[in-house]
Design a protein around this ligand. Structure first.
Ligand code: NAD
Length: 370
């Protein structure tokens, strides 16, 4: 019987199909043990789509993504495709999805599992139990706004310049996502800009202040300069819940926050768009931060946890299934605590396992939890 949860799975290239394949075992488990079924569809993207159709994303797959409740993405790219023209490169498939679905909100959680506390470069007491979310505006600001360019000056020198530009609706829509997300978490939003030196920062703060007053009375809100936020992330990251910021500051702060937690194989992300007026669904794509890892593809060495945490984010933010997301996150926590490790997170005295055996263990833990 068809369920009302439509999930489009795009495994992609390299380790993408390996880690997505493992996550589908958890989707199956949810059906068998929790009676939660998904309408699963699978499509090609990246190099795999190029091999089959001569393009990294077909119009049909794009239409499927737009009509799905959520897209679970693996990874794209690989040396085989290095010499393709720019527009046909595997990565263009992902960029087209982001653009056509207008995925303006990029969510990057920084979560430290107890068992991984020693993998961070920061002191245990600073990061133990850390669970924060950086929300980055993804489609506006200095990476896109005009004018931008490199020009030659009359004296032969050159000038290079970019424009940081945000409009009121652009700031409001990312602010609303922040408020929304914080309500599903600990109810605190920190808005970050540089209103002390940038005009776009002054507007950002003004719009956020108004929005918080009108729509965020039930949550705690604050404003912080971006340079201070960078410092606070390293000094005392646990003071934050949701940090909302523009494209440029978000790029830097999310990388900084991610590295509080350790390995690339453990980092999930989500990109959200607007709420569709007809269906009332928010466009959403969930993907690990890592790429297709050609160096380990096909060797059963990939860590499936980043992909599984991305799926767990889809349960939280697209399907409103917080309890099931918690079950998955807790199962990962327990498996890591028992010393099971894929090569990327291996430490002395731990048990080294392959991609599928890592998932065997997570499934066993899930079985134990219900
Ligand atoms: P990468 O993230 O693929 O790999 C970097 C390093 O991290 C490699 O040593 C890899 O083995 C390791 N690694 C990554 N994911 C891992 C996992 N789950 N488990 C264990 N180890 C893991 O980045 P790269 O090497 O710079 O890029 C490889 C290809 O991926 C390129 O074609 C690049 O364009 C593409 N890429 C795609 C995406 C995406 O699909 N979103 C993102 C980044 C890079």
């Amino acid at each position: 019987m068809a369920s009302n949860r439509k999930l489009l799975v795009l495994p992609g290239d390299g380790i993408g199909p390996e880690v997505v394949g493992q996550v589908l075992r958890v989707v199956e488990w949810l059906g068998a043990k929790r009676s939660l079924s998904f309408d699963l569809e699978e499509g090609l993207v990246g190099g795999a789509a190029y091999d089959a159709h001569g393009t990294p994303l077909t119009d049909e797959t794009l239409a499927d993504a737009i009509s799905a409740d959520a897209v679970l993405f693996g990874s794209v790219g690989g040396p085989k495709y290095d010499d393709l023209p720019f527009e046909l490169k595997p990565e263009r498939g992902l960029l087209r999805l982001r653009k056509e679905m207008d995925l303006f909100a990029n969510l990057r959680p920084a979560m430290v599992f107890d068992a991984m506390v020693d993998s961070s470069t920061l002191k245990k007491e600073v990061i133990e139990g850390l669970d924060i979310l950086i929300l980055r505006e993804l489609t506006g600001g200095i990476y896109f706004a005009e004018p931008r360019g490199i020009e030659e000056l009359p004296n032969g020198d050159k000038k290079g310049y970019d424009t940081n530009l945000y409009t009121t609706p652009e700031i409001e829509r990312i602010g609303r996502v922040a408020i929304d997300l914080s309500r599903k978490r600990r109810g605190k939003v920190t808005s970050v800009e540089k209103a002390n030196v940038m005009m776009s920062g002054i507007l950002w703060r003004e719009v956020m202040e108004n929005l918080f007053k009108l729509e965020g009375q039930d949550i705690e809100t604050e404003h912080m300069y971006a340079d201070n936020c960078g410092m606070q992330l390293v000094r005392n990251p646990k003071q934050f819940d949701v940090i909302v910021t523009d494209n440029l500051f978000g790029d830097m702060l999310s990388d900084c926050a991610a590295m509080l937690t350790g390995s690339l194989g453990m980092l999930p992300s989500a990109s959200l768009g607007a709420v569709d007026e007809v269906t009332k669904k928010r466009f959403a794509l969930y993907e690990p931060v890592h790429g297709s890892a050609p160096d380990i593809a096909g060797k059963k060495m990939a860590n499936p946890i980043a992909e599984l945490l991305s799926f767990s984010m889809s349960l939280r933010y697209s399907f409103d299934m917080q309890d099931d997301a918690d079950l998955i996150d807790n199962a990962i926590q327990s498996v890591l605590a028992s010393g099971i490790r894929t090569p990327d997170i291996m430490q002395t005295g731990m048990t080294l396992v392959s991609t599928d055996v890592m998932m065997d263990n997570i499934l066993k833990e899930l079985d134990r939890s219900v």
